[in-house]
Design a protein around this ligand. Structure first.
Ligand SMILES: *Cc1c(COP(=O)(O)O)cnc(C)c1O
Length: 399
């Protein structure tokens, strides 16, 4: 491996430089782009060498379920962007969430999460963790008193998603982290909607940050991926062996795609956020719209908290058209924006959460988070702002 050693401190670099150069390790061939090490295992010059590497006495890779050079470049680049000591990549966002939770919990523990969260996360808390004797309570995310009221003597973990899916509800991360310190619990934050550019949960007191890299980090609709970030000590203690021996490893190919995604993350998310701000205002003032939620608008119920903890409002807008029929008329009238359940993509995507992403929730659970059948979630992409505005306004007229 060759690298430049000119005394530069990557921690001091601008975001843009971190995204292009962070974690870059070159092979002896001196390739410009990051090398794709599509290999399962590694070979050793001697039997003694294999012995030393397995013993951990000599640095180096042994097997791509444990670690891989391309995956490591992705982990190091994302850690540098996040300001985290360490990062472990996973095969998907859900693998990251599941491992992040299960690595910190054991039978008899209790965790608290917000009622509004990504559907599969909610499934883990409600349907899977109880099998292992792990209970949970779901609180209204924006109500810190409700988090406090949900605390039990065995509460060991608080799980936050902010802004949350699908109505971009904002939780006060610093307040939940302060509560966690009081009771000796850990905090895991799913930071997908804010992206590593706009929100720094570790600085707000969180222990672990998780991502679905499938969303903005790829941002071009290609591969699945995920990541867990935090201190080296915590990642080693809670996750090192768990990840090695259960195998949710990120494919080197996907890591390579995600490395190239990171290179343009700030350009894409910056532009998408600018366009989302313009669209949110046009949507909010349309007569067919009952309510519009966007973290950058003053009428967002947790606008003040968002201003405190986020440096950008993000790429997702939610709005209520009053009925499922109106929402469907809107979706069916779109000519540029696609109907899809994904988000963070270069292509603008619109979703009807009640019948797709949040279908498995009961009506009562959906009402708890204010999700009625008129709501639409719009993930704003990279198309021209005039074209998107025309498309969305025309579809709103048709609603
Ligand atoms: C998409 C998403 C996930 C799951 O990520 P996958 O890569 O699809 O497994 C988790 N949390 C949030 C907030 C998401 O948007």
């Amino acid at each position: 491996m060759t690298g430049k050693d000119d005394g530069e401190d990557p921690q001091a670099w601008d975001v843009a430089t971190r995204l292009i150069r962070g974690g870059l390790t070159r092979s002896p061939y001196g390739e410009t782009a990051e090398a794709l090490y599509l290999t399962q295992s590694f070979v050793y010059d001697t039997a003694e060498g294999a012995d030393a590497r397995f013993a951990g006495d000599e640095p180096g890779f042994v097997y791509s379920r444990y670690a891989n050079p391309t995956v490591k470049m992705f982990e190091d680049r994302l850690a540098l962007l996040e300001g985290a000591e360490a990062c472990r990549a996973t095969a998907s966002g859900m693998a990251a969430v599941y491992m992040a939770l299960m690595g910190l919990l054991r039978a008899g523990d209790h965790m608290i999460g917000a009622q509004a969260m990504f559907g599969s996360c909610r499934w883990i808390l409600n349907n899977w963790a109880p099998r292992f004797g792990i209970d949970s309570t779901l609180a209204p995310g924006a109500d810190i008193d409700a988090w406090r009221a949900a605390v039990k003597p065995n509460t060991k973990l608080l799980f936050i998603e902010s802004p949350a899916n699908p109505l971009v509800e904002i939780t006060d991360i610093a307040a939940v982290c302060a509560l966690a310190k009081e009771i000796g619990a850990k905090v895991v934050v799913d930071n997908v909607f804010a992206t590593p550019l706009f929100q720094k949960p570790l600085e707000l007191g969180a222990d672990v940050v998780v991502y679905s890299a499938t969303k903005h980090i790829d941002g071009q609709g290609r591969v699945l991926g995920g990541a867990i970030l935090g201190s080296t000590a915590l990642l080693d203690e809670a996750y090192r062996d768990l990840l090695r021996h259960t195998g949710p490893a990120l494919s080197p190919f996907n890591a390579w795609v995600l490395l190239k995604g990171l290179e343009t993350l700030d350009l894409r998310v910056g532009r998408q956020t600018e366009t989302a701000g313009v669209l949110a205002d046009r949507i909010a003032e349309h007569p067919k719209v009952v309510a519009c939620r966007y973290p950058g608008r003053k009428d967002h119920p947790q606008y003040e908290i968002g201003q405190r903890q986020m440096t950008g409002a993000g790429t997702v807008i939610a709005f209520d058209l009053g009925s499922r029929e109106a929402a469907f008329r809107f979706l069916n009238a779109l000519q540029i924006v696609d109907i899809s359940n994904n988000l963070g993509d270069a292509k603008s995507l619109a979703t009807h959460p009640t019948t797709t992403t949040h279908r498995s929730m009961t009506e009562e659970q959906r009402l708890e988070i204010g999700l009625t059948p008129g709501w639409v979630r719009l993930s704003v992409g990279l198309e021209g702002v005039a074209d998107l505005t025309r498309d969305v306004l025309r579809a709103l007229d048709a609603a």
